[in-house]
Ligand binder design. Structure first.
Ligand SMILES: *Cc1c(COP(=O)(O)O)cnc(C)c1O
Length: 375
């Protein structure tokens, strides 16, 4: 690896600790793991086997391709595709034991047809929409399905699920409405397990826990609860998982007044020092963090938080290090952009987005390092 490459370090032990913390919110439930979008950008091939070794037995991805790719890393886990089963993928799902989450009457019919061809019931999960209006059977479609016992007889249904729209806002009235609609849907399939809670939902109490938890972002170090809900936000603090460090390419002194970067958007009026770091928006480091984001530079004895000065460009950012002692850093040293004192949620918020988007955008240019994750 050449010297200028930025490094993304993923702490698998922290992911496992976060998974255990979420699981502890509902000890009677099974805690699954959502590893869609390559485990939120952190690498499903590393993250999922580490969680398996820690005891996780059920994994959710979005796409068929993700499900089939994950099977190569998890021989025995239960793998669910949240987007269901695409036309023509049925045979491969059966062969690879992918359990689709069926969300439309059309998917139900095709999986019934696949079971007929297979000559035996197939595993399936069923999603009902309780108010997010995104995926899942609508109430009249669920009624129609229940009125005709034929399709359900073709399945070994593992659980019924639904997805919360506002779980990060604990006081949002839609949470209670969705919880009561989901309880009503479950009552119509007595004895069948239920899955309802994403990361935030896992912290909302027993009415949201049900039987199978589906945390994603909390595993990867994002706090799932809105900071304005202070008590729950504090309870849902997760261990940081990601450290993103960029190399300082150059340090320059500005003698008196001047400006930094494209658009001359950062002006200094007195002598200043600027460090240029080899991470930019092509690395998923949001351009919206221009003049807003923070970094940390650690020198032998202490850490300094410094502002991003000027625009984030494709391959670089510039930091105003004027407040640091002259010998605090030099070219080749690291500037930390996530983790190590830079809170993931705070950095995302400074860029006008959420931890999910920041993590999933981090991209392929980093040298990646994985820590821990043993049995
Ligand atoms: C992405 C997703 C999750 C995980 O959500 P987090 O907020 O990351 O915990 C759970 N369930 C469904 C259906 C999802 O799409």
């Amino acid at each position: 690896m050449f010297g200028d490459t930025a490094c993304l370090t993923v702490n698998l032990d922290a992911i496992i600790a976060n998974w255990r913390k979420v699981a502890a919110q509902a000890p009677k439930a099974e805690c699954a793991a959502v590893v869609k979008a390559d485990a939120y950008g952190l690498g499903a091939a590393e993250v999922a086997p580490a969680l398996w070794r820690a005891g996780c037995r059920r994994f959710f991805v979005a796409h068929a391709e993700e499900a089939l790719a994950l099977r190569r890393h998890l021989a025995d886990a239960t793998i669910h595709a949240l987007h269901g089963v695409p036309a023509d993928a049925e045979a491969e799902y059966v062969q690879q034991r992918i359990v689709p989450v069926l969300s439309t009457p059309e998917q139900v019919s095709r999986w019934v047809a696949a079971a007929r061809r297979h000559g035996a019931p197939l595993d399936a999960a069923l999603q009902v929409d309780t108010g997010i209006n995104r995926l899942g059977l609508q109430p009249r479609e669920f009624d129609a399905l229940l009125a005709n016992s034929d399709p359900l007889g073709a399945f070994r249904l593992q659980f019924i699920m639904s997805h919360l729209a506002c779980a990060d806002e604990p006081d949002h009235p839609l949470n209670a409405e969705q919880a009561s609609r989901f309880a009503a849907a479950r009552a119509r399939l007595p004895g069948l397990s239920g899955s309802f809670a994403n990361s935030a939902g896992c912290f909302l109490g027993p009415a949201f826990a049900h039987d199978i938890l589906r945390p994603g972002i909390a595993l990867y170090g994002g706090n799932p609860i809105d900071p304005r809900a202070t008590a729950l936000h504090a309870a849902a603090q997760m261990q940081p998982v990601v450290e993103l460090a960029g190399k300082i390419l150059q340090i320059r002194d500005i003698d008196s007044a001047g400006c930094v970067g494209y658009g001359a958007s950062y002006r200094v009026e007195k002598p200043s020092r600027i460090a240029t770091v080899a991470v930019g928006y092509a690395d998923g480091f949001l351009r919206a963090l221009s003049n807003r984001g923070q970094a940390v530079i650690t020198s032998a004895d202490r850490s300094y938080q410094v502002p991003i000065a000027g625009r984030v460009s494709m391959d670089m950012i510039t930091l105003d290090i004027s407040a640091l002692p002259a010998d605090a850093c030099k070219p080749g040293d690291a500037a930390v952009l996530l983790g190590g004192g830079i809170d993931l949620d705070a950095q995302a918020a400074a860029g006008g987005t959420i931890s999910y988007e920041l993590l999933t955008g981090l991209g392929p240019r980093y040298a990646r390092r994985y820590l821990g994750g043993a049995a």
